[in-house]
Structure formats: C-alpha cells, structure tokens
Design a protein around this ligand. Structure first.
Ligand code: GAR
Length: 208
C-alpha cells in the first residue's frame, strides 16, 4: 500500500508540551504528517496521557534496568512494527545508543532549549540548561532543533530561535519564555520535514 503522509513517533519523558504542540499542528492540518505513536521511558509521563486523549497509541517502554543496546532493540522493533518513518524527541531524557541512531539516520529530530553549541550535551536538560545560561551571564538564549547524531546535541542544526534573557530572570522564567518559542520551532521543523524541505550536506541543513 502506498502512503502519502510520513508517519512519525514522538518520544517523551515528561509533561509533553512539545508533543501537544505537534498534536495540535497535525490536527489543524498545518503538519502534513501522521503522528502514529508516542513512547515514554517513564510510566508517569503526562505525555502518554496527552497521546491517549487524542486517540494516539501510547507505549511505556521501561527505561531503567535495561542496557542501551536492549532498549534500542526493543524500540526499533516497536517503531518498525508500526511503520514509523521518523522520530521526534520531545524532552526524551534517555540516551539512545548507536544502533538506534544508525537505524534512523537523519530521521531523528531533537529539540533542545538553548542555542547549540552552548549549554548542551550530556547532563544538560530541562531547568539545568537555563540555570547554566543564567550562571554564564548570557544576554540571549533560545532553542534549537537538530538531527540526532551519535554525539549528544551535536548533529546538524535545522532551526534556531533566540530569546532574550532579562534582568532578574530565574531559570523558571527563562524556561517559560523559551518553551513558547520551542513549540513554534518544533511545529515548523516537523512541518518542513514532512514537506521534504531539508537536504543534509555534512553538518549543513539546506532548506529548499
Ligand atoms: C523542553 O524544554 C525540551 O527542549 C527539553 O525538555 C523540555 C521538555 O518539555 N529537552 C531537553 O532538555 C533535551 N536535552 P515538554 O515535555 O513540556 O515538551
């Protein structure tokens, strides 16, 4: 059978507000793709509830007490069974191994809440990212979407948006300001991926 729409999965570990932005983007017809599956490594992730509320299959794939290799294997099997074409990491805090990244080479999109290459890499997630930006004293931060490579947060950059840091900001203030922009950036990224707009040349992503 021939499918017109790319089918994608979103991997989440927490609240899933980026997932919600994608659900809304698909339902509004802005993203011409099929959000077919949500997977979480955490049972209590609210993202799983968001998926179910919209009739999207939601799977909890336990992330602790399992080797990276075994997790990759199980995840690949789940995605292949459901004919998933590409994957979005929407606050997925479990490290994926080389087997998974090779199986979906240039087909995994991540969103990170800073202007990469600042405040990124292993150990930089959630509020820690914003705290590190404030501690450094930057005047702008932002968000980045990128393809995932085997080095954490180091794959080809797709889009970035900058957000001002204001006097007196706490990490939570910066997070709130940035996450609003993340939602728009991720929807645009996934929309354009579904519309085949990206061409990857080494580290450079050309937008057609
Ligand atoms: C988002 O800010 C996302 O950029 C970040 O986790 C948050 C998830 O929020 N990801 C990372 O820090 C990855 N290194 P959400 O669950 O509400 O979408």
């Amino acid at each position: 059978m021939c499918r017109n729409l790319k089918r994608f999965a979103v991997l989440v570990s927490g609240g899933g507000s980026n997932l919600q932005a994608l659900i809304d983007g698909v339902e509004a017809g802005e993203i011409k793709g099929d959000l077919g599956l949500v997977v979480s490594n955490r049972k209590s992730a609210y993202g799983l509830e968001r998926a179910k509320a919209h009739g999207i299959e939601a799977i909890y794939l336990r992330g602790d007490n399992i080797s990276v290799e075994e997790y990759d294997k199980q995840l690949i099997e789940i995605l292949r069974d459901r004919q998933i074409d590409f994957v979005v990491l929407g606050g997925f805090l479990k490290i994926l191994g080389p087997d998974f990244i090779r199986a979906y080479e240039n087909k995994i999109i991540n969103i990170h809440p800073s202007l990469i290459p600042s405040f990124c890499g292993e150990g930089y997630y959630g509020l820690r990212v914003h705290q590190a930006a404030l501690d450094y004293g930057v005047k702008v931060s932002g968000a980045t979407t990128h393809f995932v490579s085997e080095v954490a947060d180091a794959g080809p950059i797709i889009y970035q948006v900058s957000v001002p840091v204001l006097d007196g900001d706490q990490a939570e203030d910066l997070q709130k300001r940035i996450i609003k922009e993340e939602h728009k950036l991720l929807v645009k990224t996934v929309k354009d991926y579904c519309d085949d707009k990206f061409e990857i040349q080494g580290r450079i992503v050309k937008v057609r």
